[in-house]
Design a protein around this ligand. Structure first.
Ligand SMILES: Nc1ncnc2c1ncn2[C@@H]1O[C@H](COP(=O)(O)OP(=O)(O)OP(=O)(O)O)[C@@H](O)[C@H]1O
Length: 361
């Protein structure tokens, strides 16, 4: 097996008595695009800063290409970082900003200029080479910051919320730029964000963190379809979640008894060994909406429509069950045309047991 490019082995970070990152094991492969995602304060940036050498781990070992780097100062690590504020030098013009790191490495003037020009070309900002940073738009600055970090051809690039200051359309454009750049250069990207869209559209693997702890690591598909914990399912917000206890019905089939009803589980579901408490997650795209009680569906629940939201090509419809649980269903507009959608209207929501996924924590 290929040795990971980066490994965190039992790495923890404390600030005084506060633990920002709990003992963590994490491997990052060469050439992968890894996103670290989680809500504010969960320890994403601290994790990235430890890799960059801007924070020292309180415990554990970080290796880069097999070598421990805990004691290596940030400037001698091959781990440049791009962040939201970009930190471009305002007193240097665009090309001088890009050349800066090469200059620090003692590379001669002609070679510096040649390499910087190549990167300006690649990032489609060559025409701004002699402009001041203050004369650029947000997206252009972003490209300068990327060119400045990549011109040294690092093995790994660390990005901390680099797109959060951009407007929505530019964000989407820059996501494509970043993803293509990563693919073409083969440079490992570690990307911190609280945006699910960014993480899921660009990354090969996503790390979900909560309160300084890794909740799940997986491909976007794995995490979306099979969240490992209740926290992950809640955090993603794309599933309906029913909490209850796993038991068996009179025919011996596994079911989840909840306040909203008793629901059949997938016969392949891994059942708890001791504590029967569990949550059933059902993706909102996998739920069906019917005006009349559906025939032959084992899992169905009556609910009143309480709202509707347009999400591009799809609509998200919100419902409330008799016991006050909120549910949502996401469908393409054309799938909804036959339904009398109106606030207050009662519907029946159903899903097949195979579309239910059981989580325990
Ligand atoms: N230098 C510091 N001294 C004390 N506490 C700190 C320090 N840096 C970070 N923390 C705390 O550690 C926790 C994790 O911070 P971190 O910046 O890693 O979170 P984050 O997940 O990146 O959040 P955000 O999305 O808001 O940037 C937070 O509670 C933060 O207040």
């Amino acid at each position: 097996m290929q040795e990971p490019l980066v490994s965190f082995e039992g790495v923890a970070k404390r600030f005084g008595t506060y633990t920002a990152v709990q003992k963590m094991d994490l491997h990052i492969d060469k050439g992968e695009f890894l996103a670290i995602m989680g809500s504010s304060g969960c320890g994403k940036t601290t994790t990235l800063r430890m890799l960059a050498g801007l924070e020292a781990p309180s415990e554990g070992l970080i290796r880069l290409a097999g070598k421990p780097i805990n004691d290596l100062p940030s400037w001698s690590r091959d781990t440049p970082m791009v962040w939201q504020s970009l930190a471009l030098f305002p007193f240097l013009n665009v090309i001088e900003n890009v050349e800066f790191a090469l200059k620090m490495r003692g590379i001669g003037r002609t070679e510096r200029r040649r390499r910087a020009e190549q990167w300006l070309d690649r990032m489609q900002i060559a025409e701004f080479a002699n402009r001041n940073i203050s004369q650029l738009s947000g997206g252009q600055r972003q490209r300068v910051a990327l060119a400045r970090s990549l011109v040294v051809e690092p093995e790994i690039l660390l990005l901390d919320e680099p797109l959060s200051a951009l407007d929505a359309a530019l964000k989407v454009r820059m996501q494509t730029v970043l993803k293509n750049l990563q693919r073409e250069t083969g440079i490992t990207f570690v990307y911190v964000t609280h945006s699910q869209t960014e993480a899921f559209s660009m990354a090969d693997r996503v790390v979900i963190m909560s309160r300084g702890k890794i909740e799940q690591i997986g491909t976007p598909q794995e995490i979306y379809r099979t969240p490992r914990t209740r926290f992950v399912a809640d955090f993603l917000g794309s599933s309906n979640i029913f909490s209850g206890e796993v038991t068996r019905n009179s025919e011996g089939q596994p079911v989840l008894a909840t306040e909203s009803g008793v629901f059949a589980l997938d016969s392949r579901a891994q059942l708890p060994e001791s504590n029967p408490s569990a949550s059933l997650t059902v993706l909102d795209t996998r739920m069906q909406v019917h005006l009349h009680p559906p025939q032959g569906m084992v899992n169905a629940i009556q609910a009143r429509m309480i709202g509707e939201e347009f999400v591009g090509a799809t609509a998200r419809i919100y419902f409330e069950t008799a016991n006050g649980q909120e549910l949502h269903v996401q469908k393409a507009h054309e799938e909804l045309t036959d339904l009398p959608l109106a606030i207050g209207q009662t519907f029946h929501l159903s899903w097949s047991p195979q579309d239910g996924h059981l989580v325990f924590a």
